[in-house]
Design a protein around this ligand. Structure first.
Ligand code: FPP
Length: 255
C-alpha cells in the first residue's frame, strides 16, 4: 500500500478550509546554528510549497497565521525582518496567485502594519479580488480576542444604526461582524512544531474543526506533510454534536 500521503482522497472528506499555525522557524534555525530570520526565510519557502499543494489538492480556503498581535514583542530586527519577508513574498507570489486563480485576503488589524506592507497587501488584494473560488487568507496582526472585541464594537455600531436587532442576536448575526464574515469556518486546523496550543487563533471559528498537531518544524513542512494531514483528516468522523450512529445513518441516506 502506498504511504498515507500518496493515497487518493475522496472529495467528500477533503476539507474546504485548512488553517495553519506555522510554528518552529526559530527552532529550525537554532538546530542549524543559523539566525532566527533564516528560519523565517525557510518558513516562507514552506508557505510557497504548502499553498501550491493545498490548492492543487482541491482545498478552497487556506488561512496562515503569519503574524499575531503578540508577535510585536519580539526583537525589533526580527519584526522588521518578518515584515520585509512578507513584502518580498507578496511581490513574488502574485504570479502564482493569478495563475492558480487564488484571491488574497487578510484577517487582523492590518492598519497597524508598516505602510510598505499595507501598500503591497492592498495591491495584491485588488489584483486578485476577481478570483471568487479560492482564497489564501493571511492572518496578520491577528488575535482571536482582538477580533471578538472588534466584532462586538462593530455589532454595537450596527445596533445603534438600526441594522442589527439585539433581541434577535444569534451566532450567525454576530459572526457577520468578524474579520472572517465571508469565509467558511476552518474544517481542519494544523499546528506544526509539536506545540499543542491554539495561541489565540480562530477560537470561535474552529469550534467544530478537526485539529492535527504535527512535530514537523514549519520550514520542513511541504506537500508530503500537507497531504499526510489531509489523509488523516479524511479518516476522522465529524459529528457536529450528533452521535456516531446518527452520522452513519446520515451518510447512508446520502448514498
Ligand atoms: C513561528 O515560529 C512563526 C512565526 C511567528 C512567523 C511565521 C512566518 C513565516 C512562516 C514566514 C513569513 C510568512 C509569509 C506568509 C511569507 P517561531 O519563530 O515562533 O519558532 P520557534 O517557536 O521555534 O521559535
Amino acid at each position: 500500500m502506498p504511504p498515507a500521503h500518496k493515497q487518493p482522497l475522496p472529495n467528500a472528506t477533503l476539507p474546504t478550509h485548512v488553517a495553519i499555525i506555522m510554528d518552529g522557524n526559530g527552532r529550525w534555525a537554532k538546530q542549524r546554528g543559523l539566525p532566527r530570520l533564516e528560519g523565517h526565510r525557510r518558513g516562507a519557502k514552506a508557505v510557497r510549497s504548502t499553498l501550491t499543494a493545498a490548492f492543487e489538492a482541491g482545498v478552497k480556503y487556506l488561512t496562515l497565521y503569519a503574524f499575531s498581535v503578540e508577535n510585536w514583542k519580539r526583537p525589533q530586527d526580527e519584526v522588521g525582518g518578518l515584515m520585509r519577508l512578507l513584502n518580498y513574498f507578496l511581490k513574488q507570489e502574485l504570479k502564482t496567485l493569478q495563475k492558480n486563480k487564488i484571491s488574497l485576503r487578510t484577517i487582523g488589524r492590518t492598519d497597524a502594519l508598516p505602510p510598505s506592507v499595507r501598500k503591497e497587501l492592498a495591491a495584491t488584494i485588488k489584483a486578485t479580488a476577481h478570483h471568487k473560488d479560492r482564497a489564501l487568507i493571511l492572518a496578520l496582526n491577528y488575535g482571536s480576542r482582538t477580533e471578538i472585541a472588534d466584532a462586538a464594537a462593530a455589532y454595537a455600531r450596527a445596533v445603534a444604526a438600526g441594522k442589527e436587532n439585539p433581541d434577535d442576536v444569534s451566532w450567525d448575526a454576530f459572526a457577520r461582524h468578524l474579520y472572517t464574515a465571508e469565509i467558511p469556518d476552518p474544517d481542519l486546523v494544523i499546528r506544526t512544531s509539536g506545540e499543542t496550543r491554539i495561541s489565540n487563533f480562530l477560537l470561535m471559528q474552529s469550534a467544530y474543526a478537526e485539529f492535527i498537531f504535527t512535530p514537523v518544524l514549519w520550514p520542513d513542512f511541504g506537500k508530503a506533510e500537507l497531504l499526510a494531514c489531509l489523509a488523516e483528516y479524511a479518516k476522522r468522523e465529524r459529528r457536529f454534536g450528533q452521535t456516531g450512529e446518527q452520522v452513519a445513518g446520515r451518510e447512508k441516506s446520502e448514498k
